[in-house]
Design a protein. Structure first.
Length: 322
């Protein structure tokens, strides 16, 4: 239930004044069901609204539309409600939700931060040291930790965000006290004031080192395979689809748009005595590694290695000259 709704204000006032639905219904000369509907967000006509407000000793505009509308209408001073059980419950739900969100962010190693551009003050969530490696408290402590090239790029990104007020994503590297290099992925949103000026930056940052290292490892593996003249391929057992890179196609004598998207086409390029072993390994080998020697039709010797995924649905492999 919205804390700024007619139904919420009505329920609080009924609780505060210790009035039952039946008591209100009797005073107003209507059914208890009608009063119950009002507490659930049902519509109320102006006559009953005014009588209800008089009974509860509050301004009828405030009761129906809230404090802001009352102020805009320049009527009596805004009403103030005590901390009733309804409001306590609502406040507790908000606090519990915020606590769960904070715990989820910290467990995911996500830092939340707020940068006040008027004072240059930055506040970080309590897990900043866990993610950044440093217990940052001031903005000037942040920039010396960033790799020089990344700091320059990040400052340009911030300058652009100050100018256009658009959200942005950025990646940067920083050094921990132990000298470890960490990749941080960050996303921020500029906040404008009533005059349209960007006065604040709200952001989240997370440690992206593991993914970056995995990507660098994959790239290094590809470069090493290329240097060795090895091709890579992937076979999907469920659909029977074969994906090959350029080197694999070249080793198998395929050029241009020549078809090489299934296992039968790959096997057709091998000498007959090797086809059954290769087919069995690609289609039936259990999870793990396998390696086979085979020959092309022209007698060129090859080494074919593969790894079957844990779920057994994909096979990843390499192919190179012996």
């Amino acid at each position: 239930m919205d804390a700024n709704s007619f139904a919420f204000r009505l329920k609080e006032l009924l609780e505060y004044n210790r009035l039952s639905l039946q008591a209100v219904a009797s005073v107003l000369g209507i059914s208890r069901t009608a009063v119950h509907k009002w507490t659930r967000g049902g519509e109320i006509d102006e006559a009953n609204l005014r009588r209800l407000a008089d009974l509860l000793r509050v301004n009828w505009i405030w009761l129906r539309y809230g404090e802001q509308t009352q102020q805009d209408a320049q009527v009596a001073a805004p009403q103030a409600l005590p901390m009733t059980d309804v409001r306590r419950k609502y406040t507790a739900e908000i606090m519990e939700s915020e606590a769960r969100m904070k715990l989820a962010l910290e467990n995911a190693r996500i830092v939340t931060w707020e940068w006040n551009l008027l004072t240059d003050e930055v506040s970080y969530s309590s897990n900043v040291e866990q993610v950044y490696g440093w217990a940052l408290k001031r903005n000037e402590e942040f920039w010396p930790l960033i790799e020089a090239a990344d700091a320059e790029a990040l400052q340009r990104i911030y300058a652009q965000a100050f100018a256009d007020g658009q959200p942005f994503d950025s990646d940067f590297r920083l050094r921990t006290p132990s000298g470890e290099l960490r990749w941080i992925a960050s996303r921020a949103t500029p906040i404008r004031d009533s005059a349209g000026r960007v006065v604040k930056m709200l952001g989240i940052s997370m440690d992206n080192t593991a993914r970056r290292q995995a990507e660098e490892g994959q790239r290094a593996s590809r470069e090493l395979l290329e240097a060795l003249g090895a091709g890579t391929w992937r076979y999907l057992r469920d659909g029977g689809e074969l994906e090959c890179d350029g080197i694999t196609r070249k080793l198998l004598g395929k050029r241009g748009n020549a078809r090489l998207n299934d296992l039968d086409t790959l096997l057709a390029g091998l000498q007959e005595q090797h086809r059954a072993a290769v087919q069995q390994a690609v289609l039936q080998a259990p999870a793990g590694l396998f390696r086979l020697s085979c020959q092309l039709l022209d007698g060129t010797p090859l080494q074919l290695a593969g790894k079957v995924a844990e779920d057994g649905r994909q096979v990843f492999g390499t192919l190179l000259r012996s």
